[in-house]
Design a protein around this ligand. Structure first.
Ligand code: KG4
Ligand code: ZN
Length: 352
């Protein structure tokens, strides 16, 4: 079975061809250089660029896979969450292709793409505990099977990647801040600055990174004007504060759910410090860990094609062509079995 997948939820225009679960081609046109000028993604600029990039990216993906559109068996695209105007470009094009070629269309949740990406190209996806750490979301999900996702916890304010990017901006680092902070942190000592960990005391499965961000802001006011004296140490301390709470809470969730496998995905999953910390902790506890290969951690279409293949394998039906994009599309259920929002809508009051 050949799947053509398109991803355009934020600032990468991507297309991939998969034969069953194996990637035949994966093309990504990144807009990072464009958004660097504004220090972040401007939605209208992103969607205009998707429009320009999509056709060449699609053609390249088909060419590299050595396949014609008529040989495809399924067309998949990200339907949410993401920026509405960006999602619409890839989603509408995929539906048009599916209609013209008379092939099934699979709408895929971007976060499900990330969640399954640590298993990319593998035939079997085991029940596991998933930690998704991307630019927009930080979630702990109990995965019983493909399509059966139970939300355990998430960030009540900023996502981990968002915290990296915002602190990067405070430090005048290029966008996105995550990889820049990791580079600088390698020269620093994590214990130099005592920063608050991103915990929510009432909920052991949730995260909160806005207090940590504010602590960095206040600390910056007190530090010497000569950045070279503290920049690497601050990056290292901040990175440690974010990563240690992620690992701590994931292991707590493993203990509570009894799962024996953890999977780490999303843009922040390519952070080497986080990967090491999680790997070491899992080794100690005898837990199997699947780290998403670095090339699939940030946005790509291969993970969308893989999720489409996995859903079809699990007998989940194709999507009707009348379906629209949903910028806040949920994909997990809460304790009552209701669809759970991906992002918390309000910050819980802290106990006095
Ligand atoms: O998953 P992704 O490509 O986009 C979303 O779906 O949000 O993740 C992008 C995020 C950005 O916030 C970026 O700063 C972060 O991943 N990131 C990193 C690293 N590489 C990318 N954060 C920390 N360390 C890295 N090495
Ligand atoms: Zn993403």
């Amino acid at each position: 079975m050949y799947t053509l997948a398109i991803e355009s939820s934020c600032d990468e225009t991507a297309a991939a061809v998969l034969q069953d679960c194996k990637v035949q081609s994966s093309i990504i046109a990144s807009q990072i250089e464009i958004h660097r000028k504004t220090g972040g993604v401007v939605p209208e600029v992103a969607s205009r660029n998707h429009l320009q990039q999509l056709r060449p990216v699609l053609e390249q993906a088909l060419k590299q896979a050595n396949i014609t559109p008529q040989e495809l068996d399924c067309i998949a695209a990200t339907s949410g969450p993401g920026l509405a105007s960006s999602l619409l470009v890839g989603h509408t094009s995929a539906k048009a292709l599916a209609l013209a070629l008379n092939k099934p269309f699979m709408a895929i949740n971007h976060l499900e793409g990330h969640l399954l990406s640590p298993f990319l190209e593998q035939q079997h996806i085991p029940a596991h505990l998933a930690l998704i750490v991307s630019g927009g979301h930080t979630m702990l999900v109990d995965v019983a099977a493909v399509g059966e996702y139970h939300l355990l916890g998430r960030s009540v304010d900023d996502a981990a990647g968002e915290a990296f990017d915002k602190v990067g901006k405070m430090l005048d680092l290029p966008y996105p801040g995550g990889p820049e902070i990791e580079k600088l942190a390698k020269q620093g000592t994590p214990s130099t600055f005592a920063l608050p960990k991103g915990k929510v005391s009432e909920d052991p499965f949730s995260f909160s990174f806005s207090g940590l961000k504010t602590a960095v802001l206040y600390l910056l006011r007190k530090l010497d004007k000569d950045k070279s004296l503290w920049l690497a140490d601050l990056c290292s301390s901040f990175q440690h504060a974010v990563c240690s709470v992620l690992v701590e809470r994931t292991l707590y969730a493993v203990e509570k759910t009894g799962r024996k496998t953890i999977a780490l995905s999303g843009g922040v999953a390519c952070n080497g410090y986080l990967r090491n910390l999680l790997q070491q902790a899992c080794k100690k506890e005898g837990i199997t860990v699947h780290l998403c290969p670095p090339q699939w951690t940030t946005d790509n279409a291969a993970m969308i094609g893989y999720a489409a293949w996995a859903r079809l394998q699990a007998n989940i039906p194709a999507t009707d062509l009348t379906e629209d994009v949903n910028p806040n599309q949920p994909f997990t259920v809460d304790n009552q079995g209701h669809l759970a929002p991906n992002r918390a809508t309000k910050i819980p009051l802290t106990k006095k």
